[in-house]
Design a protein around this ligand. Structure first.
Ligand code: GAL
Length: 502
């Protein structure tokens, strides 16, 4: 019947229309993945850091699960060379062989090289910015072999305050990048100022939606002034924004995510040490479901096994890299009787979103994400009516009358022993042992893309079946304090139903 195909029809229609609207550089058809040094290391950058991190990304199998760009953040230059077309000059102490050599090193490992600059007079760290030098800088990066630009917003000389002014400033660099003829992924970093989700998609591949993330689940910090469930229209994006603060901001603009152009919830904090394991699991799940770029922000040289296991979870990454390219949406959020770190009611929330069908049937798979903001273990439930509300309100969606296989996407998280063995066996970490390590099979994007893996029902991507939800039923999970449960729902074949049952 016609309505049965509604989800997939909508997805196809969206892809056709959106393919025209998104920036036309052919990049980030699914959210970009990689690593950036800022969250863990700030200005402490060097050629050696990038080289060693890149080798570890390969050795630890992180490249295999999709992390591709190694992004050098702020503090890499010593200014401009007046006698060479005013081009930017890399710091010769930090980068003795120059940037082109670093790019070559990344490329030799099959990785991309990312660069940082600022649409202002200076970068946020006070180094030379690119405002007024867009063409010369884009050409310099292209000549070095740069594949990615993160473009910041400090010292913008007041060229902000409305969408036209900000978008024009960022468009200048987008045009300059495109004019180089080199495909360079363009990542806007203007912290959500002047609503980049409204204009970013025609200019760039992603745009930050908030002030800087920090390694905290829900602690309020006055330097990130927009808090609470209705925090939107932030005039001062600030920084020190908690995970739940950014999730809230994302909830209002999920529909802006589309192939080639994504809401950037900021770099991951997984592995930086200040959150619990459950909080990192929830953070990673949320960023994946909201189709944020997944840019690791930890020091890979000292990664702990449990964090490698989170970052390597291909079943969760497959949600992020789903070919249908639409973000999950928040369906509800409730106060509980408990309080959060700030003394406000702790909240539980449920997000769901459609994914490519892996059953070959008419109905999309569905991701369901239960987030427990409570400081206590909580039994959470999500009704099919709420999960499928986009296909019909108040339980009227045809999917509510079906049965669904429920697959736990965290069930096959790599064991800590396997992760420890991978770390111990890395020659790049100087740890190579001769021990034979038995590691569970892993996904590898260089032989099979996520789209292919999903189309062929690759079991690594599908999680573990936990139960079946019957018509009008409920998905149930016991969720750790500040943790998440994440499921892929797959339609079960329906018995032939009588006309009045449909
Ligand atoms: C901030 C940006 C951070 C980092 C920093 C570098 O504006 O949001 O992600 O790039 O500047 O100074």
């Amino acid at each position: 019947m016609a309505f049965k195909n509604l989800n997939s029809v909508l997805v196809v229609a969206a892809a056709v229309v959106l393919g025209v609207k998104a920036v036309d550089n052919g990049l980030a058809i699914t959210p970009q993945m990689g690593w950036d040094n800022w969250n863990a290391l700030g200005c402490d950058v060097s050629e050696e850091l990038l080289q060693q991190t890149a080798r570890l990304i390969v050795d630890y199998g992180l490249k295999d699960v999709g992390y591709h760009y190694v992004i050098l953040d702020d503090c890499w230059s010593v200014g401009r060379n007046a006698s060479n077309n005013s081009s930017l000059v890399a710091d010769p102490v930090k980068f003795p062989n120059g940037m082109a050599a670093v790019a070559d090193d990344m490329h030799a490992l099959g990785l991309g090289f990312g660069m940082y600059s600022d649409a202002g007079k200076y970068t946020c760290g006070g180094y030379a910015g690119s405002l007024g030098y867009e063409t010369v800088d884009a050409n310099t990066w292209a000549s070095w072999g740069v594949d990615y630009l993160k473009y910041d917003n400090c010292y913008n000389e007041g060229y902000a305050g409305n969408q036209q002014i900000s978008s024009a400033r960022y468009r200048t660099m987008g045009n300059a990048l495109n004019a180089t003829g080199r495909p360079i992924l363009y990542s806007l970093c203007n912290w959500g100022e002047d609503y980049p989700w409204n204009w970013g998609s025609t200019i760039a591949n992603s745009w930050r939606i908030s002030g800087d993330v920090y390694d905290s689940w829900d602690l309020y910090d006055a330097r990130c002034p927009c808090e609470g469930p209705n925090a939107f229209n932030c005039e001062l994006p600030g920084f020190h924004c908690s995970i739940t603060n950014i999730m809230n901001k994302a909830s209002f603009i999920v529909s802006k995510a589309q192939p080639g152009a994504w809401n950037d919830l900021d770099m991951l904090e997984v592995g930086n040490g200040a959150m619990t394991d459950a909080e990192y699991v929830a953070h990673f799940s949320m960023w994946a479901a909201a189709k944020s770029p997944l840019i690791m922000g930890n020091d890979i040289r000292v990664i702990q096994p449990k964090d490698l296991a989170i970052l390597s979870n291909a079943a969760v990454i497959a949600v992020n890299q789903d070919p249908s390219g639409s973000s999950a949406a928040r369906r509800w959020m409730y106060d509980t009787n408990n309080t959060d770190s700030n003394g406000y009611p702790a909240r539980i929330q449920m997000w769901s979103g459609s994914l490519q069908s892996t059953t070959g049937g008419d109905y999309s798979d569905m991701v369901v994400l239960l987030i427990n903001g409570n400081n206590a273990e909580t039994v959470m439930n999500a009704t099919l009516a709420d999960i499928f509300v986009d296909s019909g309100e108040q339980g009227t969606a045809p999917q509510v009358k079906m049965s669904w296989e429920v697959r736990d996407l965290w069930a096959n998280r790599m064991s800590e022993a396997d992760a420890a063995a991978i770390i111990a066996g890395s020659s790049a970490a100087g740890n190579a042992t001769n021990a034979t390590t038995v590691v569970a099979p892993r996904f590898n994007v260089s032989s099979t893309s996520y789209a292919e893996g999903l189309a062929s029902n690759n079991s690594i991507l599908l999680g573990n079946v936990t139960t079946t939800v019957l018509p009008s039923g409920t998905v149930l999970a016991t969720v750790a304090p500040h943790g998440a449960a994440m499921f892929r729902l797959r339609a079960l074949p329906t018995a032939v139903m009588k006309r009045d049952e449909l």
